[in-house]
Design a protein around this ligand. Structure first.
Ligand code: NIG
Ligand code: FE
Length: 411
């Protein structure tokens, strides 16, 4: 790759803001430790960050370099969305209207709608349609500053559609996660039998495409024993383990995540004091999804208590058609500050460094530092904290991936 990417100088930036140090995941006071360089440049060579510094210290540069004028703009690391369900067909706008009229998400799911209505649409779509859907959603994310995304399966729940979802995520450059245990499909009436089926018939091929496995451990989905059986088999096949847990009820997700050495447990809207203590004392990262809590009018996760107790947290969109039709990490940062009581500094680290850690990429993604992949977002503001301050704002001016401008406003 490196020979073909022209060098890029982003110059005259009002600020460059990035998490300090090289550690990941960041916890406690370190989560809020952001370095800001004023009147700055970023030099990218061969798709990686070469140097970052003050304009007055900019050295003479050999060879051809493309330039990007950063006057009045800030650069932050490309945002990392470590929890999305972007591979789906159809939409759930009719259910959204029913929820607005008072129906709950769990009631719609129990009546055969919810996740299962997206399963019907996704099974009916062909592999090409799924690829097109991922590309479309990925484009929305990029325009909001996301340069790295994870994408889960879980809307197929049969052999072919689960694998087609994982392939579609991988083809678009995403990080595929196999969510084989998301819901019970209509052709099964027994959850244990379904878990047997996915372990026996889907896991061997899913493990060749996916990097991680995920399960929906929840009342009405899979219980702790079924989740354990699924995750143990996935771990034995070499997959990193993740869980959807404590979304509506505390049903044992945190203890299971800690016991199995999972990378993350995600949602945590229902997590209480004991769960906070257990997670904080562990190596498992809590992925917080405030857009989902907002979209479903549910309580927000106890983010402040988790950070203060020393837990590692990340932020993500949970982009999906049912519980969070939201692709914007800047909006999630706004919710983190206004609803989760995080500082803008903590929000930035949570959707860059710590999200990269959840995806196993923190040594090369999530920071603007020499040697890191040159993924940048240029914000249309002279103070980077507008990332969270501008609620729902259209503040992404340009997106650089691997040292190339891949999107800019008005281009
Ligand atoms: O993370 N809770 C489980 N899964 C998704 C929602 C999927 C859907 O509603 O389609 C979530 O919220
Ligand atoms: Fe999710």
């Amino acid at each position: 790759m490196s020979e073909t990417v022209p060098d890029l100088l982003v110059r005259d930036l009002a600020q460059v803001a990035t998490a300090a140090g090289r550690e990941a995941p960041l916890r406690g006071a370190d989560l809020g430790s952001i370095e800001v360089v004023e009147d700055a440049y970023v030099l990218c060579r061969g798709g990686r960050i070469d140097t970052v510094g003050r304009m007055r210290d900019l050295p003479a540069i050999d060879g051809d370099v493309e330039e990007l004028d950063g006057s009045g703009l800030c650069a932050i690391p490309g945002l990392v969305d470590c929890h999305t369900h972007l591979c789906f067909a159809g939409d759930r706008v009719a259910e959204f209207a029913l929820r607005a009229a008072g129906a709950t998400y769990e009631e719609l799911h129990a009546a055969g709608g919810g996740i299962l209505s997206t399963v019907r649409a996704t099974r009916a779509a062909g592999a090409e349609d799924l690829r097109a859907a991922v590309e479309r959603h990925r484009g929305w994310m990029r325009r909001s500053g996301t340069t790295t995304f994870e994408g889960k399966s879980g809307y197929g729940l049969d052999h072919d559609t689960e694998l087609a979802q994982l392939e579609a995520v991988r083809a678009a450059g995403g990080v595929p996660t196999w969510l084989g245990a998301h819901a019970l499909p209509p052709e099964f009436d027994d959850r244990d039998a379904y878990v047997d089926f996915v372990i026996g018939d889907v896991l061997p091929e899913a493990a060749r495409i996916a990097e991680a496995a995920d399960v929906f451990l929840e009342r009405g989905a899979f219980d702790a024993e079924q989740s354990r059986r699924y995750l143990e088999a996935c771990g034995a096949a070499g997959l990193t383990l993740r869980l959807h847990g404590d979304q509506f009820t505390e049903s044992g997700a945190i203890p299971l995540a800690v016991e199995l050495g999972a990378r993350s447990v995600d949602h945590l809207e229902a997590t209480g004091a004991e769960g906070i203590r257990t997670l904080a004392a562990s190596g498992v990262t809590g992925v917080l999804l405030p857009a989902s809590a907002l979209f479903l009018d549910r309580p927000m996760p106890p983010a402040r208590a988790l950070v203060d107790a020393g837990a590692a947290i990340a932020l993500a969109t949970d982009f999906n058609p049912g519980s969070a039709f939201c692709e914007s990490l800047p909006l999630v940062c706004s919710l983190a500050c206004t609803q989760l009581h995080l500082a803008p500094e903590e929000a930035l680290a949570a959707c860059t460094v710590n999200a990269a850690h959840v995806l196993g990429r923190a040594e090369r993604l999530g920071r603007i530092a020499p040697g890191f992949l040159a993924d940048l977002v240029l914000l249309d503001a002279a103070d980077w904290r507008h990332l969270a301050y501008h609620l729902g704002g259209d503040l992404v001016h340009a997106v650089v991936e691997r040292g190339s401008a891949v999107w800019s406003r008005g281009a």
